[in-house]
Design a protein around this ligand. Structure first.
Ligand code: SAM
Length: 241
């Protein structure tokens, strides 16, 4: 992150970055995760405990892939809200849901994760996928998610994490540093954006630290679940009753 602006300029930088790669985001995401991203999103929604007919919030929804998984879980009586500050990412989300059978149960809103435009205690759950490492203040973002979730509801983060096995860890970061920016350059013509993905992932907090932050934000039953040896982790917590 050393070549990035300070936290004041981070939001602007991140928004411009995602606006610039919105069209190629889904393809590169699938390639980067070898197609595993879909199953990780499903697991995140399962852990959110969202039920049929429920109301879910997906913060930093991007192109809407996690939002769609929430909508599947909530079914035809559910109401799902996806929020993101990048107009181009939301534009792709709207395209992605155009032919989706539950599209009328989803609304996309342009807004800031640091100041959610919702009353307290209105959603059954809130998820954020690969979003927290992009916000200027992770604690504030988690507090905001906790604020808008009903008592007893779950707050879930799915994000890059810190692999645990020592040799694998070094190999993984080396590949991430070399391969992902090259793929980003090839498919999106934007090496800088994918260099940012590397630096923001490498510099992001460990899964246990994020679980501790969830607890400090007032959530209970905080846990993390490593996926692919900790390359990715789901962190969860429940708003107390
Ligand atoms: C890596 S993408 C993740 C998209 C999606 N959640 C997914 O599962 O693929 C991160 C998203 O977070 C959004 N974002 C970053 N900071 C934000 C903020 N402060 N408020 C709202 N959206 C933000 C970006 O615009 C981008 O669409």
């Amino acid at each position: 992150m050393s070549n990035l602006p300070g936290s004041e300029g981070k939001s602007k930088y991140v928004r411009e970055t995602f606006n610039s790669i919105a069209k190629s985001y889904d393809l590169i995401n699938t390639l980067m995760t070898f197609g595993l991203d879909k199953s990780w999103r499903r697991l995140a929604v399962k852990l959110s405990e969202l039920k049929e007919g429920g109301t879910g919030l997906d913060v930093c929804c991007g192109t809407g892939m996690l939002t769609i998984e929430q909508a599947r879980a909530a079914g035809p009586a559910g109401i799902i809200t996806g929020l993101d500050f990048s107009e181009n990412m939301i534009g792709i989300a709207r395209q992605n849901t155009r032919d989706f059978s539950l599209k009328d149960n989803i609304r996309f809103i342009q807004g800031d994760a640091m100041d959610l435009p919702f009353e307290n205690d209105v959603f059954d759950c809130a998820t954020v996928g690969w979003g927290l490492r992009n916000v200027p203040d992770v604690f504030k973002a988690v507090q905001e998610m906790a604020r808008v979730v009903k008592p007893g509801g779950m707050v879930i983060s799915l994000d890059m994490a810190q692999p645990t096995a020592p040799v694998f860890r070094e190999f993984y970061w080396l590949c991430f540093d070399r391969v992902i920016p090259a793929v980003g350059n090839l498919l999106a013509g934007n090496k800088k954006a994918y260099k940012y993905f590397y630096s923001s992932s490498r510099g992001f907090m460990r899964q246990q630290e994020l679980a501790d932050l969830f607890a400090r934000a007032g959530l209970t039953e905080t846990r993390f679940l490593n996926l692919c040896g900790g390359v990715v982790a789901i962190v969860k917590g429940r708003k107390p009753l």
